[in-house]
Design a binder for this molecule. Structure first.
Ligand SMILES: O=C[C@H](O)[C@H](O)[C@H](O)COP(=O)(O)O
Length: 230
């Protein structure tokens, strides 16, 4: 699986040109990309990256990739990031690693987003992977009740679980928020659910990426498949 992730990352690297401003994703697949990009930088390629998490910032520094922020620049040419699920419309579920907020800000500031993954992430319908929703701890019960109403309106339902870290304590995102993982099973209309979740005051952001992925690079046993958003 790890070899497939690296193959997808290597294929995406072919799209990177000298001088590009890049969004650097988070997770095990994006980490391969950062490492391979580091090799290119060492051989003379000039790029600058905006990391989508503290973990990716550390990786990029380790690999020698020059960094900036979206305070210093307001626009990126290309973001390369992983995903937890990808559907045929290139709607995504992201946030399994808890980085969805910065990932979405960075993807939205980019001309293009290439999603890199092993082909196990490709699904007909999103939702088997629990949907991460980043929330403000204040008023959590009220926010969860509003989320349940949004789910009902979008025709889905399921358990909501506050994410815990490996240490057993509540997982806290880079932005200081919590994550509620919603086990919905099958999300029939992702854009509708995304819209309903976005207007809940206690929801900072959710892991549905709609219309952001431009291309998916999927590595499988049969080779690499590149899918463009129609
Ligand atoms: O918050 C984490 C990100 O959305 C990741 O890109 C996503 O979870 C995929 O990670 P991985 O490449 O490790 O499967």
């Amino acid at each position: 699986m790890d070899a497939l992730k690296r193959q997808a990352a290597a294929r995406a690297l072919e799209e990177v040109r000298d001088g590009m401003k890049l969004g650097l994703g988070t997770g095990s697949t994006a980490k391969h990309f950062v490492e391979l990009l580091g090799d290119k930088v060492r051989s003379g390629m000039k790029v600058i990256g905006v990391p989508t998490s503290e973990a990716t910032r550390d990786d990029a520094i380790r690999c020698g990739v020059p960094l900036t922020t979206l305070d210093e620049i307001d626009h990126l040419d290309l973001t390369i990031d992983g995903a937890d699920e990808i559907d045929p419309a290139l709607n995504l579920i992201k946030g399994g690693g808890g980085a969805l907020l910065r990932e979405k800000i960075v993807a939205a500031a980019s001309d293009r987003m290439i999603v890199i993954a092993d082909d196990s992430k490709w699904v007909d319908v999103l939702g088997r992977f629990p949907l991460p929703v980043e929330v403000i701890p204040f008023g959590l019960a009220a926010t969860q009740a509003a989320m349940a109403r949004a789910f009902a309106e979008a025709g889905v339902s399921g358990q909501m679980i506050i994410r815990k870290g490996k240490d057993g304590h509540v997982f806290v995102t880079d932005g200081g928020h919590w994550i509620v993982d919603a086990h919905l099973g099958r999300i029939g209309d992702p854009p509708r659910l995304a819209g309903l979740l976005s207007v809940i005051p206690g929801v900072v952001e959710h892991g549905l990426f709609i219309g952001l992925g431009s291309v998916a690079v999927l590595a499988g046993a049969q080779g690499i498949r590149v899918v463009e958003r129609r």
